[in-house]
Design a protein around this ligand. Structure first.
Ligand code: SF4
Length: 182
């Protein structure tokens, strides 16, 4: 019997949620038996090669590339899961939402305490760069999301329990101890 196929991506996130997936430790061997991975930074497959059963999304959408990737996941995955606070509500990157975008760029490239070597005062504007959105959006405001796993990052046990339930069709048992909110 073919294994369920899982894809993962990181949008505007810090990869901490992916680290939490790897934190399932030796259960990673069980996971490999249980599922096949398609597009994911875990195996470095960069493009979908087939339709997937489950897509795990880390991070919200802060630019046009994030929106493109998220829509691509919605198109290729039967079930989409927002993993972690950044995907669910924008998380830390959404702290910029109350600040005009021009001010954010000036702080990052001109005025911030860590800016060095930009004597010409250039704010990057190459057309190849993804366009910043007016604010950071949670994933469910861009596409339909089927499940939400809270935490920053969600605990490895929570991700494990949810994944096993999704691939086996068992009821998702998520006791209080595996839920963590920031
Ligand atoms: S939810 Fe936390 S761990 Fe996950 S991407 Fe966001 S900041 Fe990183």
């Amino acid at each position: 019997m073919s294994k369920p196929i899982v894809a993962t991506t990181s949008l505007a996130g810090c990869f901490g949620c992916h680290m939490s997936v790897l934190d399932i430790d030796e259960r990673i061997l069980e996971l490999i038996e249980l599922v096949e991975f398609n597009k994911s930074p875990i195996n470095d497959i960069k493009k979908f090669t087939k339709k997937c059963d489950i897509g795990l999304i880390e991070g919200g959408c802060c630019n046009s590339e994030n929106v493109h990737v998220l829509r691509d996941f919605r198109e290729h995955c039967k079930i989409l899961v927002s993993v972690g606070e950044c995907a669910i509500m924008g998380g830390l990157p959404a702290m910029r939402n109350g600040i005009p975008i021009r001010e954010c760029l000036e702080e990052a490239y001109l005025n911030g305490p860590t800016v060095v070597g930009n004597e010409e005062g250039i704010i990057p504007n190459d057309p190849e760069l993804p366009m910043l959105l007016d604010k950071v959006y949670p994933c469910h405001e861009i596409v339909k999301i089927d499940y939400f796993l809270p935490g920053c990052p969600p605990r490895a046990d929570l991700i494990w329990e949810a994944l096993v339930a999704l691939v086996t069709g068992d009821e998702m048992k998520l006791p209080y101890e595996v839920l963590k909110f920031d």
